[in-house]
Design a protein around this ligand. Structure first.
Ligand code: ASP
Length: 325
């Protein structure tokens, strides 16, 4: 057995480990852990309390994957619901589809009785108001929101330094390998932008025969490189989990142009080994892991690998003016 989660999964890993230790199914444990992170307002990139998009709305993405059936469920751009991970699980269990977005996802959430919630917390509302006041031109303010957003999208790079989506990977007692993700995506993203978290194969993948992988950071990069599926496929081809992750990092070196920033790749194999690499990561990037030999989950440092100059720090720091309260 093993549970692996990223730095943002801290509030959920204890519960996830407990459920796993009690012999509960990996998907139940992962969903329960992610729900706690979705409720944790200190995590400003997941669920309630997440940063809004350029229009000041919180749009959530989430997914689950059952590695024993290869069924998945995902939602993208979901607004107004407290637990997108549970809506994603309902997509997997109740529909013949794998991914729902926007209004359709919200409609399905309502149909299944998912709990509604005001996602824009006070700190986010204030940060957005500060940004709007300082960055939006007088002409655009007068016409808002009927203005081109492209310029603002380029200027507003993820305001969080080292804060991400939450991802959970688990191998349960019955040897099922599962994955789950949940995120508000990048702060100040273009409305409708989907990252990798609901894109199975990019932001997560699980196959009980080989292992699982999930990524955080710039989803634009893992979508282009097909990272999560690649890691699991490399394990199928016989590579160790370390080698598979390092091969996927190599794949990223081929990305030219577009957004090249920070990505953390988390992976487990089907017998409980794990490996985590922070590509263009920052010192201090860490993750959480629990295996049956541990009294409690342990915090470990990610291996750091540099593949570029790194993220445009100056813009990030500029955005912090609005997000640091
Ligand atoms: N991977 C997420 C996305 O691209 C964001 C993150 O982990 O910070 O939406």
């Amino acid at each position: 057995m093993i549970i692996l989660t990223n730095n943002e999964g801290k509030s959920g890993i204890g519960m996830t480990a407990e459920l796993l230790r009690d012999g509960r199914a990996g998907l139940d444990a992962v969903e329960a852990g992610i729900r706690l992170v979705e409720d944790d307002e200190e995590v400003r990139t997941v669920g309630r309390g997440g940063w809004p998009n350029l229009l000041g709305e919180v749009e959530l993405d989430a997914s689950v994957m059952d590695g024993s059936t290869l069924r998945t469920g995902a939602v993208g751009g979901l607004k107004g619901f407290r637990h997108p991970v549970s809506v994603a699980r309902a997509v997997m269990e109740r529909l013949p589809h794998e991914l729902l977005i926007g209004e359709g996802a919200a409609r399905f959430a309502t149909e299944t009785g998912a709990e509604r919630c005001e996602l824009l917390a006070e700190h986010s509302r204030k940060a957005y108001a500060r940004w709007f006041e300082s960055e939006v031109s007088a002409a655009d303010k007068a016409a808002w929101p009927n203005v081109p957003l492209e310029r603002y999208c380029h200027d507003a790079v993820d305001p969080e330094i080292g804060k991400d989506t939450t991802v959970f990977l688990a191998l349960d007692r019955a040897r099922n390998v599962v994955a789950g993700t949940s995120t508000s995506g990048w702060g100040w993203k273009y409305p409708g932008r989907l990252g990798d978290s609901p894109v199975i194969g990019a932001g997560s993948y699980a196959d009980s025969r080989y292992g699982a992988c999930a990524c955080t950071g710039a989803g634009e990069m893992t979508i282009r490189a097909g990272t999560a599926r690649a890691v699991v496929l490399y394990m199928k081809m016989g590579m160790s989990v370390e080698r598979a992750v390092s091969e996927a990092v190599d794949d990223m070196r081929a990305l030219k142009g577009g957004l090249i920033s920070r990505v953390t790749i988390h992976a487990i194999d089907a017998v409980g080994n794990h490996h985590v690499v922070a590509v263009n990561g920052l010192p201090g990037n860490h993750y959480w892991v629990w295996t049956p030999g541990m009294a409690r989950p342990e915090r470990r440092a990610c291996e750091l690998v540099q593949i570029s100059e790194g993220a445009p720090q100056s813009k990030r720091i500029a955005m912090q003016v609005y997000t640091d309260v």
